[in-house]
Design a protein around this ligand. Structure first.
Ligand SMILES: O=C1O[C@H](COP(=O)(O)O)[C@@H](O)[C@H](O)[C@H]1O
Length: 234
């Protein structure tokens, strides 16, 4: 994969730029195919982008959003990415928001709900917006997960996987259901939104050392035949 970078002076510029890009992608997709399909990261970083995007005058009934990953928690749990997405898109009346976990998940994580959701979203995504942790994880593809190699494999036939981060991240210590790298790469455009010096340093490391087991984002950065638009702000 090749990449381009935009290093913004301020978080507001990152938010405005990415919200405008995503709005344009949705408009073009709706004009061309009648609908837009987005895969959107959870976590804290992209929420202002979503809140800004939700204010755009779009035919939201024609837009479907799938989380790139989800924690194995109920939809109303404070750690639920879907809950945060739903709140951020509150102004986008009519938007369809898919689920990767059941509303009330049982004890053992599985991909059944995610497969149902993705069965309705078979085409390429129009845009995938990813975040990244300080440890180089994207979606929920964490370094140290036993199935990380498979989850990152470009020829993986599975669209989704269960991930048990090891160690569990203290800010969200839950098993995860994540789209695989292979599914995330089936997108017309790919975007990465990160903030802060630690993430920039991890990104620089991944750009130069190409070690996806240590820094999973390296798998995307160096994937053939794809292009990642990277946006960073302090
Ligand atoms: O756990 C997660 O972390 C990453 C990064 O989150 P952030 O709060 O540092 O922006 C996120 O992209 C992913 O979707 C989420 O589940």
């Amino acid at each position: 994969m090749s990449w381009t970078e935009a290093l913004h002076d301020h978080g507001d510029a990152l938010v405005e730029t990415l919200a405008a890009r995503l709005a344009g992608i949705c408009r073009d997709a709706i004009a061309a195919r009648g609908h837009a399909l987005l895969a959107l990261a959870g976590g804290r970083t992209p929420l202002p982008i979503y809140r800004r995007l939700a204010k755009e005058n779009l035919d939201w009934h024609a837009v479907t959003v799938v989380p790139t990953d989800e924690r194995w928690v109920a939809h109303d749990h404070s750690a639920s990415n879907r809950r945060e997405l739903a709140a951020a898109f509150a102004d986008a009346t009519g938007i369809r928001l898919g689920a990767l976990v059941p509303a009330q998940p049982g004890d053992v994580p599985d991909t059944a709900q995610a497969r149902l959701t993705l069965a309705d979203c078979r085409g390429d995504f129009d845009a995938v917006l990813l975040g990244m942790g300080n440890d180089g994880h994207f979606a929920s593809l964490f370094p140290g997960a036993t199935n990380l190699g498979e989850a990152l494999a470009f020829d993986n036939a599975d669209d989704v996987c269960v991930i048990h981060p090891d160690p569990l991240p203290p800010e969200a210590p839950f098993a995860r259901v994540s789209l695989t790298a292979a599914r995330l790469l089936r997108s017309r455009t790919s975007w990465l939104a990160i903030t802060g010096e630690r993430k920039l340093s991890a990104l620089r490391d991944a750009q130069t050392t190409r070690d996806p087991q240590r820094l999973p984002i390296a798998a995307l950065l160096h994937a053939p035949q794809a292009h990642l638009h990277i946006h960073w702000s302090p």
